[in-house]
Design a protein around this ligand. Structure first.
Ligand code: SF4
Length: 151
């Protein structure tokens, strides 16, 4: 009986998480190109709220960290602090070629590298910058992967 209750509770939590993820956005060194596309994704033209995705100001209430840019030496500590404040389970989405590989900033004296050199990344969205459709597709694919397998 307890197992059934636990399973139902876990399914309910997953359902709620998949249908209304709260996201926080962090620029770890981007040129702002990717950030502008993220803003377009969140605003009415592309309207990502129709998938229940809501921008959240505090990492303490966020499920998904959407991160842009390569990680600079200056931003590394802040990025880690934001990530550590998020409650479990938490997910990281790397947006843009710079976040995936360092991009055009690779080899620069003040760049550590890609986001996954600092944090575990769950979804990668390539492009310079990726269009809002690609960002939506990446986030929706991440949410789909969280759903329990169909029996
Ligand atoms: S991927 Fe392109 S748009 Fe995004 S931060 Fe890098 S250079 Fe800028």
């Amino acid at each position: 009986m307890q197992n059934i209750a636990t399973t139902v509770m876990n399914n309910l939590k997953t359902w709620a998480r998949v249908n209304s993820p709260w996201a926080i956005h962090f620029n770890s060194g981007s040129c702002n190109g990717c950030d502008i596309e993220i803003l377009a994704t969140l605003t009415p033209r592309y309207d990502v709220e129709r998938f229940g995705i809501k921008l959240q100001g505090s990492p303490r209430h966020a499920d998904v960290l959407i991160c842009t840019g390569p990680v600079t030496r200056q931003a590394r500590e802040r990025l880690l602090r934001v990530y550590e404040q998020m409650p479990e389970p938490k997910f990281v989405v790397a947006v843009g070629s710079c976040g995936l590989s360092g991009g055009v900033f690779q080899g620069s004296y003040n760049i550590i590298g890609s986001i996954d050199e600092v944090l575990p990344v769950n979804a990668y969205i390539p492009g310079c910058p990726p269009r809002p459709e690609a960002i939506i597709q990446g986030v929706v694919a991440l949410l789909e992967s969280l759903k329990p397998p169909k029996e």
